[in-house]
Design a protein around this ligand. Structure first.
Ligand SMILES: Cc1cc2nc3c(=O)[nH]c(=O)nc-3n(C[C@H](O)[C@H](O)[C@H](O)COP(=O)(O)OP(=O)(O)OC[C@H]3O[C@@H](n4cnc5c(N)ncnc54)[C@H](O)[C@@H]3O)c2cc1C
Length: 647
């Protein structure tokens, strides 16, 4: 009988007990510490009554360097979920008075919330008093920075929002903000990003076929349609034949229809159904393409329309001769989705650098330096973010529980805000509030809102996603296999790629396969067959109930199986893991397969963002668009609504 590996042998082989850098935190306080080589980036216990007693005020507090479960990290969501579940029936009653009065309280310290503070101050004057509350231990929202110390050097990667990149050109408002922050995306892209580096080493794209889905573990390099690829791929003869046809032959699968008619039809069928019913591909083709939409939509091809994938270069449209230009439902241009005239650049820590530049502008002493280049290596002094003498304060680890309009928009204390911090409820007041938090939270914060508006806010179910960042001792196995990016259609994480090369300021990306590197793995937790929003609800639940240990075992197993042929050993070669779990990830963008085509002004995001007296609503949710330019534009609109109503 063949040797059967026992559970304990498997765990040992994968290195589950190995000393990696990993910690789990609650409100910035370590609850477990596992063999970390570096000193703790946050402090141990704090006295909740002492001045400057919050974790962020303590020397050494530096959340970007935390590893383990990040994104919606332990300690960031429990108060919000208790509120949802009715566990804070009257938050204001038991709240401690801070005695603080502001011109503006912003709920949510993501790019939209930070931009709202920026725009408000620009209009109302530098003396405007502003408080930003965020439930996480770091600012930036999805635009979060992961920082690793590897081999004596800092390596950076994004924990969420990756890049300056949108299906549309940045608006004058969003582009103007980038300019004001010193960001020139075109110049930065030309000088600092090196998309040709991995290809120059002969590293390209591969697909990992897993045993559970395809019968055998095999990594195959190259273009799907190439005869070499198809020869090596563990696929049936029928699948090979139909993939070849799909990828290479310019067949019109909708003969007799005009381009607008074809587009209308394609917007109403999923890409899966397009393949099965129009292309008439063998069903064994589907597993190869099923997860290809995960990174962009957070669901598989069963829940994304054929029209939506067309501009992304998915195969099967070569012979349809679709006119360039708008896709009728979504309003994006075909050329647009792939290259909509937007800038394209990403900092080594993604758009966390934009958040850091915003914070530099809002609280200058907290962020040393003066350029978009030097912010990349700047070490933020978190202790300066919430000083009483700052006109603008950023308060972390603070979950807003209630925002109530208690007076007209121009009274000095028109809004009462209750928030939870360090297990206590606190009250602060302001003339105005911008809710730049996730729309789904707002009905719980503001039960005063009209029922129609609350229902609209609830409609948008954010897309759950996981960005897992793994530190490796070296990347010789990638070099030997000749791959820098791997799509894994049947695996737990559906993509794996080496951290792109971006040298900026004094920051240098690794260049030699012999030195440590970060790899990015993406998981979209989906449930094929359901509507997109139902899949997101299921996925959200899954992410919140999956332990770090489960993730870790699956990560180690996947990397070991993909790279093991070239000597990669998970137990030896993985040195740190950070799981950026985003149960509330991308803003929901309407899906022509499941959502009606609302008349202008009647879509849920438009109803949901209606100003309520001194309270205005921002966040990318308010645009139903999961992009940084949308987050900025919505902040600008929200502030303009407030100031137009009072100034
Ligand atoms: C994994 C991932 C990758 C992405 N990649 C890109 C990309 O490459 N390019 C791009 O343009 N966009 C990308 N996005 C979209 C991204 O959401 C936006 O670009 C932008 O960062 C959103 O900013 P925001 O301020 O609107 O929302 P968020 O970043 O979500 O910020 C909202 C903040 O409000 C906080 N909050 C919620 N409720 C409360 C409460 N009750 N009290 C206090 N605080 C609260 C949240 O926790 C969060 O910190 C990505 C998103 C994800 C999840």
């Amino acid at each position: 009988m063949a040797d059967v590996e026992s559970r304990s042998e498997r765990l040992r082989r994968l290195g589950m007990g190995a000393p990696i850098t990993r910690r789990d935190f609650i409100d910035g306080i370590a609850v477990t510490a596992v063999a970390a080589a570096a000193p703790s980036p946050v402090l141990a216990a704090v006295d909740p009554d002492g001045p400057g007693s919050a974790p962020q005020d303590h020397p050494g507090y530096y959340p970007p360097a935390l590893t383990g479960m990040r994104g919606s990290h332990p300690g960031s969501f429990e108060a919000a979920h208790a509120l949802r579940d009715g566990a804070f029936p009257k938050p204001a009653a038991a709240a401690i008075e801070t005695g603080e009065y502001y011109d503006l309280i912003v709920v949510g310290g993501g790019i939209s919330g930070l931009a709202a503070a920026y725009f408000y101050r620009a209009k109302a004057g530098a003396a405007a008093r502003i408080l930003i509350l965020d439930n996480h231990d770091d600012f930036g929202g999805h635009a979060k920075r992961n920082e690793f110390a590897l081999g004596g050097k800092i390596q950076l990667i994004n924990g969420g929002t990756l890049g300056i990149d949108s299906p549309r050109p940045y608006s004058p408002v969003a582009a103007g903000l980038l300019t004001a922050l010193g960001i020139d995306p075109a110049a930065l892209a030309a000088h600092d990003a090196d998309p040709g580096f991995y290809p120059s080493l002969g590293l390209g794209f591969g697909i990992f076929f897993d045993k559970e889905t395809f019968g055998v573990d095999r990594l195959v390099k190259g273009k799907i349609a190439s005869s070499e690829f198809l020869k090596q791929a563990p696929l049936s003869g029928a699948a090979r034949r139909d993939i070849q046809r799909l990828e290479t032959e310019p067949i019109d699968y909708l003969p007799g229809l005009s381009s607008p008619e074809k587009k209308a039809r394609l917007s109403r069928i999923s890409y899966r159904d397009f393949l099965l019913n129009l292309v008439k591909a063998d069903p064994s083709v589907i597993p190869l393409y099923q997860a290809r939409t995960h990174g962009e939509w957070g669901v598989g091809i069963d829940a994304v329309s054929a029209l939506d994938v067309w501009p992304f270069g998915f195969p099967g449209f070569q012979g349809l001769k679709l006119d360039p230009g708008s896709a009728p439902h979504m309003g994006y241009t075909a050329a647009g989705y792939a290259d909509g005239g937007s800038y394209k650049f990403h900092f080594p820590d993604g758009n966390a650098s934009i958040a850091r530049l915003l914070v530099r502008s809002l609280v200058p002493p907290a962020v040393p330096g003066s350029t978009a280049e030097d912010v990349v290596t700047a070490r933020i002094d978190y202790g300066r973010l919430d000083r009483p003498d700052n006109p603008l304060r950023i308060r972390l680890g603070s979950t807003t529980l209630s925002v109530s309009a208690s007076g007209p928009g121009d009274s000095p204390a028109a809004v009462e805000v209750v928030y939870s911090r360090m297990d206590r409820a606190w009250t602060a007041r302001a003339k105005h509030s911008v809710l730049a938090c996730w729309n789904t939270m707002i009905p719980y914060l503001c039960p005063q809102l009209p029922e129609r508006q609350k229902a609209a806010l609830h409609y948008l179910v954010k897309v759950p996603l996981v960005y897992t960042n793994v530190a490796l001792r070296n990347w010789r196995a990638f070099a030997a296999l000749g791959v820098a990016a791997i799509h894994c259609p049947g695996s737990y994480h559906s993509s794996v790629r080496l951290n792109p090369v971006t040298d900026i300021g004094s920051y240098r990306s690794p260049r030699s396969p012999d030195v440590p590197i970060l790899v990015r793995m993406v998981r979209a937790p989906c449930s094929p067959g359901m509507s997109e929003r139902d899949q997101h609800r299921m996925g959200r639940g899954e992410l919140l109930t999956t332990s770090f240990e489960t993730f870790e075992e699956l990560i180690r197993d996947q990397l070991g199986r993909m790279l093991g042929t070239e000597g990669f050993e998970p137990a030896r070669d993985i040195t740190a893991i950070t799981i950026n779990r985003w149960p509330h990830g991308y803003a929901y963008e309407y899906n022509p397969l499941f959502d009606p085509n609302w008349p202008e002004g009647e879509a849920p995001h438009e109803i949901g963002r209606t100003r309520f007296g001194p309270i205005a609503i921002a966040n990318s949710d308010a645009a139903a668009a999961a992009y940084t330019d949308a987050a900025i534009d919505q902040a600008h609109r929200a502030v303009a609504e407030l100031l137009a109503s009072t100034l």
